[in-house]
Design a binder for this molecule. Structure first.
Ligand code: ADP
Ligand code: MG
Length: 335
């Protein structure tokens, strides 16, 4: 079991004039044996962050550490961090049997000899609930869900301590997503893996994760134990992802539209000043008077002093108690 830690990681694409910062100063820890869910809409930088851990995206600044060792300094020959992608073809060669694809990922020197290799391939296929007799088939002879199981088996073949799963159910039929999620959870528990589980879908993330981190436009805006973050989201963006109405726990004077959720996502080449979410925030400066600080001051500063490390100048606090209603649904008269 191992701890994966992103320490103030930034990744910039392109050059100084035409580039964009896809990941901007992210610190995140995947504790040993735990599942951390990383959630955020498309383009928020989730995949870029994940790819830094397996050397597919070079970090511009910051460090990625496995049990305290910079991943660039890990001993060669074994790859203790393995990634599973949305599209299984990115790790499965369409011309190779699935057994060969799995065996190719064995650590150097492991499972020598044909029968040892075949035995281990069979064991891994069984682990992901596939018939070991199917080792000789090609990826295209399998269903999407089965291919994703093979991709997981291939990742496990590398004997990882940490698995990063990036949108692994997003391309699957809804009908098989649940089975793949169950499998991932069973395997994670059985092997005691540390896991970074990425999805744009909070419902998927909550099912698996001990901790959840919410990413918006390159930054983590809220993080904490899953049950607490979901029961009491502090950042309005988390609340929006949960699909609930914003909490108005103090009287506020509206100055603009009730809903800003339909505003276009901002251009990552030119992120908004202050809080990056402010142009879309339902309790932000475009809606509530007196919140100009959101347009000027970065709420990441001092976030570690707030519940769930919320990068928000006006965190939502405790959810308001819903009004008491009688059986007809009308509010009960007070007094
Ligand atoms: P997510 O996985 O959350 O959808 P990504 O990490 O894929 O986010 O992308 C984050 C941002 O970086 C997006 O604006 C995307 O367009 C940009 N981006 C991703 N990969 C590259 C690349 N290789 N070159 C330039 N920009 C990229
Ligand atoms: Mg992605």
């Amino acid at each position: 079991m191992s701890e994966l830690r992103f320490d103030d990681v930034s990744v910039r694409y392109g050059n100084r004039r035409h580039g964009l910062t896809a990941v901007d100063g992210v610190s995140l820890t995947v504790p040993s044996g735990a599942v951390v869910g990383l959630v955020g809409e498309s383009g928020s930088g989730k995949s870029t962050l994940a790819r830094t851990a397996v050397g597919l995206s070079p970090v511009t600044s910051g460090r990625v550490l496995l049990d305290g060792t910079d991943i660039g300094r890990l001993p060669r020959g074994r790859r203790p961090i393995q990634m599973v992608f949305q599209d299984p073809y990115s790790s499965l060669d369409p011309r190779m049997t699935i057994g060969d694809s799995i065996a190719e990922a064995f650590p150097r020197g492991a499972h020598r000899g044909r029968s040892a290799r075949r035995g281990e391939v069979g064991r891994l296929l069984e682990l992901v609930n596939l018939d070991p007799d199917r080792a000789e088939v090609l990826p295209r002879q399998l269903s999407g869900g089965q291919r994703q199981r093979v991709a997981l088996a291939r990742a496990l073949a590398g004997q990882p301590d940490v698995v990063i799963a990036d949108e692994i159910t997003s391309a699957l039929d809804v009908s098989v997503q649940g089975a793949v999620l169950n499998l991932v959870r069973d395997v994670q528990r059985q092997l005691g893996l540390s896991m970074l589980f990425i999805s744009h879908n909070l419902a998927v993330v909550r099912y698996l994760s001990d901790f959840v981190a919410v990413m918006y436009l390159g930054r983590i805006v809220e993080a904490g134990p899953t049950d607490r973050v979901l029961a009491d989201p502090q950042h309005p963006y988390t609340r929006d992802l949960l699909g609930a109405a914003p909490a108005r726990h103090e009287p506020v004077a509206a100055v603009g539209p009730e809903s800003v959720a339909d505003v276009e996502p901002p251009d990552p080449h030119d992120p908004p000043h202050g809080c990056r979410y402010h142009p879309r925030c339902p309790v932000g400066p475009l809606v509530v008077a007196g919140r100009d600080v959101c347009t000027t001051d970065d709420p990441s500063v001092g976030a570690d002093q707030r519940p769930h490390d919320a990068a928000c100048h006006f965190p939502l606090g405790k959810s308001p108690v819903p009004p008491i209603t009688d059986l007809s649904g009308r509010p009960t008269p007070v007094g």
